[in-house]
Design a protein around this ligand. Structure first.
Ligand SMILES: Nc1ncnc2c1ncn2[C@@H]1O[C@H](COP(=O)(O)OP(=O)(O)OP(=O)(O)O)[C@@H](O)[C@H]1O
Ligand SMILES: [Mg+2]
Length: 279
């Protein structure tokens, strides 16, 4: 019994060591989070990764949404699987060479739900970080499920040297309250917040280009000011984002030059500045 416990402790220590080694080869780590569900975190993460790759960053995405992984669908790599390599399993290569790791690659059927409690989710996230051969990366983006549950806790406890969290909100009043909760959570975890991004901010008519504030406007900026956090920018609501994501077409590559694609490119610059400030 004693030796079994000893063995487990040793395994965990080795895993943690491997995790740290792997993560030191990743220059920047950014976590995408929100208080509320459905505000567009995954869509945002996928397109931000594309925008960074466009600028020559070697980019990876850890899809840490264990119950509802959606990055592979958005980037059109569903049904692929992670192959074994000499230094651990290899992430799936997505568009623009984005390295993707997701629970979706481990599920054999669309109908199978993942029914796991916290410790199991914690263990799988640890394995995603320690047993996957991420290689050298300039940026790892982590997509989280909504709220402040098990996955955000595991991610923030396990990933060393997170540069910061991007908080995604929508311009409606309801989500402002939950943003506060998310901010409180991140602060408790001792992880820096890079700033707030407003998604679905204004509808861009694909025909005439006119912008309509469907959910009101300025909510993201207002909450940022109230909480004393940087407001990094906004992404407009564009039905083509949703269409492309459903079809697995990488939006900003397909629709370069649209206001939403330009907004992603601008955000990359703002985030680069933030990373530079941090040194
Ligand atoms: N800027 C946008 N314009 C139009 N549709 C968008 C935009 N951002 C996201 N969407 C759409 O909104 C829906 C929710 O997006 P997404 O799944 O990325 O949200 P999420 O915050 O990751 O959700 P969850 O909390 O369930 O993980 C999707 O259908 C997506 O295509
Ligand atoms: Mg999501």
């Amino acid at each position: 019994m004693r030796s079994e416990i000893e063995e487990r402790r040793k395994n965990l220590e080795e895993m943690t060591k491997r995790l740290r080694e792997r993560m030191t080869r990743v220059k920047h780590k950014i976590v995408v989070m929100s208080g509320k569900g459905g505000v567009g975190k995954s869509t945002f993460t996928a397109n931000l990764a594309l925008a960074f790759s466009n600028k020559g960053y070697r980019t990876g995405i850890l899809d840490a949404d264990i119950h509802g992984p959606s990055i592979p669908k958005i980037l059109g790599v569903r049904g692929r699987s992670m192959r074994a390599g000499p230094n651990g399993a290899l992430p799936v290569n997505g568009p623009k060479e984005i390295k993707i790791v997701s629970m979706d690659f481990l599920l054999t059927s669309d109908e199978t739900p993942v029914i796991w409690r916290g410790p199991l989710k914690d263990a799988v996230i640890r394995q995603f970080l320690s047993e996957i051969d991420w290689g050298e990366l300039d940026l790892l983006l982590v997509d989280l499920p909504p709220g402040t549950g098990d996955e955000p806790l595991s991610v923030m406890q396990q990933i060393p040297g997170i540069d910061g969290v991007l908080l995604i909100t929508v311009p409606s009043e309801v989500s402002q309250l939950v943003v506060r909760r998310a901010v409180g959570f991140v602060e408790k975890m001792g992880v820096p917040i890079l700033g707030i991004v407003e998604n679905m901010s204004g509808f861009v008519c694909p025909k005439c280009g006119e912008v309509t504030a469907v959910f009101g406007s300025g909510g993201g900026k207002k909450i940022s000011d109230e909480l004393g956090l940087p407001f990094l920018g906004s992404i407009p609501l564009d039905p083509r984002i949703s269409e492309d994501s459903d079809e697995g077409r990488p939006f900003i590559l397909e629709r370069s030059g649209t206001p939403a694609a330009n907004a992603f490119a601008r955000l990359v610059e703002v985030i680069e500045e933030k990373l530079k400030e941090k040194g």
